[in-house]
Write a protein that binds this ligand. Structure first.
Ligand SMILES: [Zn+2]
Length: 196
Protein backbone atom coordinates (compact mmCIF):
# COMPACT_ATOMS: atom_id res chain seq x y z
CA UNK A 1 0.00 0.00 0.00
CA UNK A 2 3.06 2.28 -0.36
CA UNK A 3 3.00 3.29 3.30
CA UNK A 4 6.79 2.84 3.38
CA UNK A 5 7.02 5.82 1.04
CA UNK A 6 4.68 7.84 3.27
CA UNK A 7 6.87 6.94 6.28
CA UNK A 8 10.14 7.86 4.49
CA UNK A 9 8.73 11.16 3.23
CA UNK A 10 7.74 11.83 6.85
CA UNK A 11 11.45 11.54 7.74
CA UNK A 12 12.40 13.71 4.75
CA UNK A 13 10.02 16.36 6.11
CA UNK A 14 11.57 16.31 9.57
CA UNK A 15 9.74 13.60 11.51
CA UNK A 16 11.33 11.10 13.86
CA UNK A 17 10.00 7.64 14.64
CA UNK A 18 7.03 7.90 16.94
CA UNK A 19 8.78 5.88 19.68
CA UNK A 20 11.77 8.28 19.57
CA UNK A 21 14.23 5.50 18.64
CA UNK A 22 14.64 4.49 22.29
CA UNK A 23 12.65 2.78 25.04
CA UNK A 24 10.22 5.51 26.09
CA UNK A 25 12.04 7.81 23.66
CA UNK A 26 10.93 11.28 22.60
CA UNK A 27 9.82 12.07 19.04
CA UNK A 28 9.71 15.82 19.92
CA UNK A 29 6.03 16.00 18.94
CA UNK A 30 3.75 17.11 21.77
CA UNK A 31 0.54 15.42 20.66
CA UNK A 32 1.86 11.89 20.10
CA UNK A 33 1.73 9.87 23.33
CA UNK A 34 4.97 8.51 24.81
CA UNK A 35 5.60 5.04 23.43
CA UNK A 36 7.48 2.11 24.96
CA UNK A 37 9.01 0.87 21.69
CA UNK A 38 8.27 0.38 17.99
CA UNK A 39 5.17 -1.65 17.10
CA UNK A 40 4.80 -4.34 14.45
CA UNK A 41 1.88 -6.20 12.89
CA UNK A 42 -1.47 -4.67 13.72
CA UNK A 43 -2.15 -4.19 17.45
CA UNK A 44 -5.73 -3.69 18.61
CA UNK A 45 -6.98 -0.53 20.32
CA UNK A 46 -6.16 0.41 23.00
CA UNK A 47 -2.58 -0.83 22.75
CA UNK A 48 -0.52 -0.61 25.97
CA UNK A 49 -2.96 1.71 27.79
CA UNK A 50 -1.32 3.62 30.64
CA UNK A 51 2.12 2.38 29.61
CA UNK A 52 5.14 2.92 31.86
CA UNK A 53 6.28 5.90 29.76
CA UNK A 54 3.18 7.88 30.67
CA UNK A 55 0.60 7.26 27.94
CA UNK A 56 -3.05 7.66 28.94
CA UNK A 57 -5.86 5.11 28.73
CA UNK A 58 -5.86 5.35 24.93
CA UNK A 59 -2.38 3.86 24.92
CA UNK A 60 0.06 4.17 22.02
CA UNK A 61 -0.64 5.76 18.64
CA UNK A 62 0.42 2.64 16.75
CA UNK A 63 -1.72 3.67 13.75
CA UNK A 64 0.69 6.55 13.07
CA UNK A 65 2.69 6.50 9.82
CA UNK A 66 5.90 6.92 11.82
CA UNK A 67 5.50 3.58 13.63
CA UNK A 68 6.47 0.20 12.09
CA UNK A 69 3.06 -1.49 11.88
CA UNK A 70 1.70 -3.18 8.74
CA UNK A 71 0.62 -0.89 5.90
CA UNK A 72 -3.08 -1.62 6.33
CA UNK A 73 -2.86 -0.62 9.98
CA UNK A 74 -1.30 2.86 9.40
CA UNK A 75 -3.80 5.65 8.96
CA UNK A 76 -2.58 9.02 10.16
CA UNK A 77 -0.13 11.72 11.07
CA UNK A 78 -0.91 13.76 14.18
CA UNK A 79 -1.62 17.52 13.94
CA UNK A 80 1.75 18.20 15.59
CA UNK A 81 3.53 16.12 12.98
CA UNK A 82 1.69 17.92 10.16
CA UNK A 83 2.81 21.25 11.61
CA UNK A 84 6.47 20.15 11.61
CA UNK A 85 6.20 18.90 8.02
CA UNK A 86 4.63 22.16 6.87
CA UNK A 87 7.38 24.15 8.59
CA UNK A 88 10.08 22.04 6.91
CA UNK A 89 8.28 22.37 3.58
CA UNK A 90 8.39 26.15 3.98
CA UNK A 91 12.07 26.25 4.98
CA UNK A 92 14.52 23.42 4.21
CA UNK A 93 12.40 22.05 1.34
CA UNK A 94 11.10 25.39 0.09
CA UNK A 95 13.00 25.17 -3.20
CA UNK A 96 10.79 22.28 -4.21
CA UNK A 97 7.81 24.60 -4.40
CA UNK A 98 9.82 26.84 -6.74
CA UNK A 99 10.93 24.06 -9.02
CA UNK A 100 10.30 24.78 -12.70
CA UNK A 101 9.88 21.08 -13.48
CA UNK A 102 6.11 21.52 -13.65
CA UNK A 103 6.29 25.03 -15.03
CA UNK A 104 2.93 26.77 -15.27
CA UNK A 105 3.48 27.92 -18.83
CA UNK A 106 3.49 24.22 -19.67
CA UNK A 107 0.97 23.16 -17.04
CA UNK A 108 0.44 19.94 -15.21
CA UNK A 109 -2.57 18.84 -17.23
CA UNK A 110 -2.43 20.91 -20.37
CA UNK A 111 -2.79 19.01 -23.61
CA UNK A 112 -0.20 20.08 -26.20
CA UNK A 113 -2.87 21.35 -28.63
CA UNK A 114 -4.35 23.72 -26.00
CA UNK A 115 -1.10 25.58 -25.24
CA UNK A 116 -1.59 27.85 -28.25
CA UNK A 117 -4.66 29.40 -26.59
CA UNK A 118 -3.12 30.95 -23.48
CA UNK A 119 0.08 31.77 -21.64
CA UNK A 120 0.49 32.38 -17.90
CA UNK A 121 2.91 35.18 -17.08
CA UNK A 122 4.84 35.16 -13.81
CA UNK A 123 3.42 32.11 -12.05
CA UNK A 124 5.19 32.81 -8.71
CA UNK A 125 4.09 35.99 -6.95
CA UNK A 126 1.92 37.43 -4.16
CA UNK A 127 -1.34 36.33 -5.73
CA UNK A 128 -1.86 38.32 -8.95
CA UNK A 129 -1.71 36.24 -12.09
CA UNK A 130 -2.12 37.28 -15.70
CA UNK A 131 -3.03 34.86 -18.41
CA UNK A 132 -2.61 36.16 -21.94
CA UNK A 133 -5.12 34.76 -24.39
CA UNK A 134 -4.65 34.13 -28.08
CA UNK A 135 -6.92 36.07 -30.48
CA UNK A 136 -8.89 32.94 -31.44
CA UNK A 137 -10.54 32.92 -28.03
CA UNK A 138 -10.98 36.64 -27.36
CA UNK A 139 -14.49 37.37 -26.01
CA UNK A 140 -15.59 33.77 -25.86
CA UNK A 141 -16.99 32.31 -22.63
CA UNK A 142 -14.64 30.53 -20.28
CA UNK A 143 -14.84 29.14 -16.76
CA UNK A 144 -11.82 29.99 -14.63
CA UNK A 145 -11.50 28.43 -11.21
CA UNK A 146 -8.67 27.95 -8.75
CA UNK A 147 -8.22 25.15 -6.24
CA UNK A 148 -5.82 24.92 -3.33
CA UNK A 149 -3.64 21.90 -2.69
CA UNK A 150 -6.52 20.12 -0.93
CA UNK A 151 -8.88 20.63 -3.89
CA UNK A 152 -10.96 23.40 -2.29
CA UNK A 153 -12.20 25.98 -4.81
CA UNK A 154 -10.93 29.44 -3.78
CA UNK A 155 -11.85 31.36 -6.96
CA UNK A 156 -14.56 30.80 -9.53
CA UNK A 157 -15.51 33.05 -12.45
CA UNK A 158 -17.47 32.43 -15.63
CA UNK A 159 -17.14 35.15 -18.25
CA UNK A 160 -15.80 36.24 -21.63
CA UNK A 161 -12.37 37.78 -21.59
CA UNK A 162 -11.05 40.27 -24.12
CA UNK A 163 -7.30 39.74 -24.31
CA UNK A 164 -6.19 38.52 -20.89
CA UNK A 165 -7.49 37.09 -17.63
CA UNK A 166 -6.43 38.83 -14.45
CA UNK A 167 -6.75 36.83 -11.26
CA UNK A 168 -6.29 38.08 -7.72
CA UNK A 169 -5.98 35.60 -4.86
CA UNK A 170 -3.74 37.81 -2.72
CA UNK A 171 -6.05 37.27 0.27
CA UNK A 172 -5.38 33.53 0.25
CA UNK A 173 -2.60 32.01 2.33
CA UNK A 174 0.82 31.19 0.96
CA UNK A 175 1.18 27.98 -1.00
CA UNK A 176 0.59 26.14 -4.22
CA UNK A 177 -2.63 26.60 -6.22
CA UNK A 178 -3.99 25.19 -9.44
CA UNK A 179 -5.60 27.39 -12.09
CA UNK A 180 -8.19 25.54 -14.18
CA UNK A 181 -9.35 26.92 -17.52
CA UNK A 182 -12.41 25.41 -19.13
CA UNK A 183 -13.30 26.56 -22.63
CA UNK A 184 -15.19 24.89 -25.46
CA UNK A 185 -11.88 24.46 -27.35
CA UNK A 186 -9.73 23.20 -24.49
CA UNK A 187 -9.34 22.36 -20.79
CA UNK A 188 -6.15 22.98 -18.88
CA UNK A 189 -4.72 23.01 -15.37
CA UNK A 190 -1.62 24.95 -14.39
CA UNK A 191 0.30 25.33 -11.16
CA UNK A 192 0.98 28.70 -9.53
CA UNK A 193 2.74 29.65 -6.31
CA UNK A 194 1.32 32.28 -3.99
CA UNK A 195 4.01 33.91 -1.84
CA UNK A 196 3.63 36.34 1.05
ZN1 LIG B 1 11.80 5.23 9.65
Amino acid sequence: MARTTVHEIGHWLGLRHIWGDAICGDDRIADTPPQLDKNFGCPSFPHRPNNTCGSDANGEMYMNYMDYVDDGCMTSFSKGQVKVMQEVMNTERFELSRSDKCDASVGINTPENSKKYFHIINNINEGNYNINLSPEIYNTPMLVYITDIRGKVVYNKNESYSTAINIDISNESEGMYFIHLKHKNFEATSKVMKTN
